[in-house]
Design a protein around this ligand. Structure first.
Ligand code: F6P
Length: 526
């Protein structure tokens, strides 16, 4: 694969960036037609890129770079089930999970679609049985509470979706436990009754320390009052590891499988999404998959100059690799989307925060921004000070839903006004003159933002939105020549924790540890 700083387009973009240092977003936005030219609509969802530091030349150069880095080729290989996760020798097929039943996608000589639909059928029948009250606990009562135990991709996706689709939640109450900190599970269990609680153990490997510890705590809690046989009524597993699931004591018929070609951070569409189906009903889960599939089709077929994920990705590359901007902000102007940054953090930073490229070379360019964000308008009274005025600009995505699910018109009018005012202030700024010669009130402007408008916050539109971010991350990973689908960077910490835990249990401090760790350990266990 070409080293992307060696491409002719990279050189041209570097030269172009120097010219663009004089670009004024304020002036550009005063001209006609910029919104029409740089905004795109798909299924009435709007992505507006007009408040970016781009001209036609910038866009042409960025898209030419995208073509020269073989995005189409690797994209098609991903959709076709080729093993593009080269370090783990795996296909990457979260897109297959939302493909129609009539599709055919081959992995190792097997069409994976029938397997996907078998699991979806299993999810449908189980979720309907629990939601209708048909599935009973060990004392014959229906399930009122579900505890989803998982971490990372086995937590963040379902948690974000269930939170966002609060208006569609009609099933038993859902609780999420991820942290190994005992406060997380103990505070959750305190509120629940074993007779009416269902535990969902979500773990691709069924070996993740946090999840397995919490699952054992849950099992002990149930068995304090229930007979051993009750596990079959109160525990289900979402996993690829049947052997470990059976060893834990969960029956095979209570396991919802998926395959190794589903990456953890792309797994909400798989059996890991069972909690979503339980919370909102299977039909709404299906609509979520359909929304993602609509975005997949767009990503697969739209020319690059109209391709929303490609444009999101390449505009990101522009700032990260040419302007040196190191962060990216997600601001949902909708409380229901409040966890989007937390979700996108894992998807983006665990996928592309890498130091070695697909050819085994250490990279010497930035690979991915720090993602952060909180709901607007709260952030306006918090970190937006820095975003408006600190010397280093932070590109941001502003998200809003056109039609709220409440009828508080004045609140919504205020929300829209603030949403618009923030992106406008960031773009056009305020001159010294306009600030009445008060230098502390000068805003440089030229701070780039994407505005995203969802017509309504339905499962379909949420599916589209998440898939757009997934494909953005994919495109950036290809540009940086990374394998976006492994995560070696999380392993060292896990490895070091094991002997430290032995030190803690034995109360014996390993003398070969570094001085700081020894000191801290002594303080903690002393
Ligand atoms: O943090 C590393 C990681 O492997 C994530 O990629 C994954 O989503 C998470 O741990 C949970 O893994 P599992 O689903 O196997 O418990």
């Amino acid at each position: 694969m070409t080293y992307f700083p060696d491409t002719a387009d990279f050189q041209k973009l570097s030269d172009h960036k120097r010219k663009m240092e004089d670009f004024s977003l304020r002036t550009a936005l005063e001209g006609p037609g910029r919104f029409e030219k740089y905004s795109h609509s798909l299924e009435n969802m709007v992505f507006d890129f007009s408040k970016h530091l781009i001209t036609d030349e910038t866009q042409d150069l960025l898209l030419s770079l995208a073509h020269s880095m073989d995005i189409e080729d690797i994209r098609d290989k991903m959709f076709a089930g080729e093993k593009i996760n080269i370090t783990e020798n795996r296909a990457v097929l979260h897109t297959a999970l939302r493909a129609p039943r009539s599709s055919s996608i081959m992995v190792d000589g097997e069409n994976v679609i029938p397997f996907i639909y078998d699991v979806l059928d299993q999810m449908r029948s189980f979720s309907e049985s629990v939601r209708s009250g048909h599935h009973k606990g060990y004392t014959g009562q229906s399930i009122t509470d579900i505890v989803h135990i998982g971490i990372g991709g086995s937590d963040l996706g379902p948690r974000f979706v269930v939170d966002s689709l609060v208006d569609f939640c009609s099933g038993p109450a859902l609780h999420f436990v991820s942290n190994v900190d005992g406060h997380d599970i103990s505070s959750t269990l305190k509120k629940l009754s074993p007779e009416t609680t269902l535990f969902i153990i979500a773990s691709k490997t069924f070996a993740t320390e946090e999840t397995m510890l919490n699952a054992e705590v849950a099992k002990r809690w149930l068995l304090q009052s229930a007979p051993l046989g009750s596990i079959s009524k109160h525990f289900v597993a979402l996993s690829t590891n049947e052997e470990a699931v059976l060893r834990f004591g969960i029956l095979k018929e209570n396991m919802f499988p998926f395959r190794d070609w589903v990456g953890g951070r792309y797994s909400l569409w798989s059996a890991i999404g069972l909690s979503i189906a339980l919370a909102v009903g299977f039909e709404h889960f299906r609509a979520l998959l359909d929304g993602a599939h609509a975005m997949d089709q767009h990503f697969k077929t739209a020319p690059f100059d109209q391709n929303i994920p490609v444009l999101m990705a390449m505009i990101g590359i522009w700032y990260i690799n040419f302007w040196g901007y190191t962060a990216h902000l997600l601001l949902p102007y909708d409380a229901r989307l409040g966890k989007i940054a937390k979700f996108a953090q894992q998807m983006d930073m665990e996928s592309n925060g890498k130091a070695v490229d697909r050819d085994g070379n250490i990279v010497d360019y930035a690979t991915g921004p720090v993602i952060f964000g909180e709901p607007g308008t709260d952030s306006q009274h918090s970190f937006m000070q820095l975003v408006h005025q600190s010397p280093t600009p932070i590109p941001a995505d502003f998200l809003i839903v056109k039609k709220p699910s409440h009828d508080l018109k004045e609140n919504h009018n205020s929300l829209i006004a603030n949403f618009l005012a923030q992106t406008r202030a960031l773009a056009i700024g305020q001159t010294l003159d306009e600030a009445g010669s008060d230098i502390s009130r000068v805003f440089t402007g030229n701070r780039p933002t994407t505005s995203i408008i969802l017509p309504e916050l339905t499962p379909f539109y949420l599916g589209m939105l998440i898939a757009a971010y997934e494909h953005k991350v994919f495109v950036q990973g290809v540009i940086w020549n990374l394998n976006s689908f492994d995560q070696p960077g999380v392993e060292l910490g896990k490895k070091l924790a094991k002997p430290l835990k032995e030190n803690i249990i034995s109360q014996k401090i390993d003398p070969s540890l570094d001085g700081s760790t020894k000191g801290l350990l002594k303080t903690l266990i002393g």
